[in-house]
Design a protein around this ligand. Sequence first.
Ligand code: ADP
Length: 341
Amino acid sequence: MAREPVVTGGNGGEDERDLKGLRPQRMQDMVGQRDVYARLQVAVEAARMRGDALGHILFDGPPGLGKTTFALCIPREIGSSIQLTSGAILKAPKDLLPYLSNAPEKSVLFIDEIHRLPKAVEEYLYTAMEDFRIDIVLGEGVSARTINLHLKPFTLIGATTRAGLLSGPLRDRFQIRETLGFYNEQELTEILHRSAGNLEIPIREDAARELARRSRGTPRIANNQLLWVRDFATSRADGEITLEVARAALTMAGIDELGLNRTDRQYLDTLIRVFQGGPAGIEAIGHTMNGSIDTLEDEVEPFLLRMEMLVRTPRGRIVTQRAYHHLGMKPAGGGTQRGLF
Ligand code: ADP
């Protein structure tokens, strides 16, 4: 039986109220991503049988799909510990040093947002990952000398929403690379039922399906919406989440029938009204909306692309007929456009 992992550093990327208890503790308890699970299971078992550290793993995919959850489950499978950090806070090689030198044998070092590592830190990782060794330069100029520090074999798990921003040499040092995809309605319904069960929230089957349908294929959004609908059910109804309660709560939160939120609609509206439907570059759209380009690229666009409301071309982003139709607007030249905001 695997030991509970010792978690040090960071907060596991969990900042939503109540959601901590909803994270599956073992890979087998995770819903969906069966092919990813099966491949990881093989790698974990083989490493365990050989007595080796598990190979380095890179998880890639939009936010909220389970990258951190997988990373937290893995040390439980191998009976080891985990240290958590983020590419955003590792500003210089010296920031990485305590994590590497403290890493026990076969332990996991999880670096979230690994695409944000500065180049100098990234280069430092190369020998750490490949030879379990780091070279520290002491002094400067002619008196400078290099000390080789030997590390215990460990497993680096990186998570990124932008695998494309990782340099080739870093990407190539991960033996296992997994891209997490969006979840289907049935999987999200199962996640919602489990979460509602854990939090003792009464929810009807049709209400769970409605929430799943409007959760953008993302477990984190499904769980967040469940908490909001629970509040709504408590304050405006008798506490039970019925279909009617779920619909009213989501409408109040600005989530439409297809799961688009206000930012999604504002993005499409800007592209249609200001840029005549495109093509337009992400920077121009972001500046016009006065929003974060990272959020648009990580969260808004993957969903709109998947909903076939947006296409990305070398010349820029273009809205599709489906988007016009969904917003009740007509393509330019085909009638009067109506703003949404
Ligand atoms: P990421 O690291 O990709 O941003 P997380 O691993 O933090 O996403 O997942 C967000 C939340 O969604 C978690 O708190 C967890 O409760 C839930 N979740 C993610 N993946 C699954 C899954 N496969 N099964 C059940 N719940 C999941």
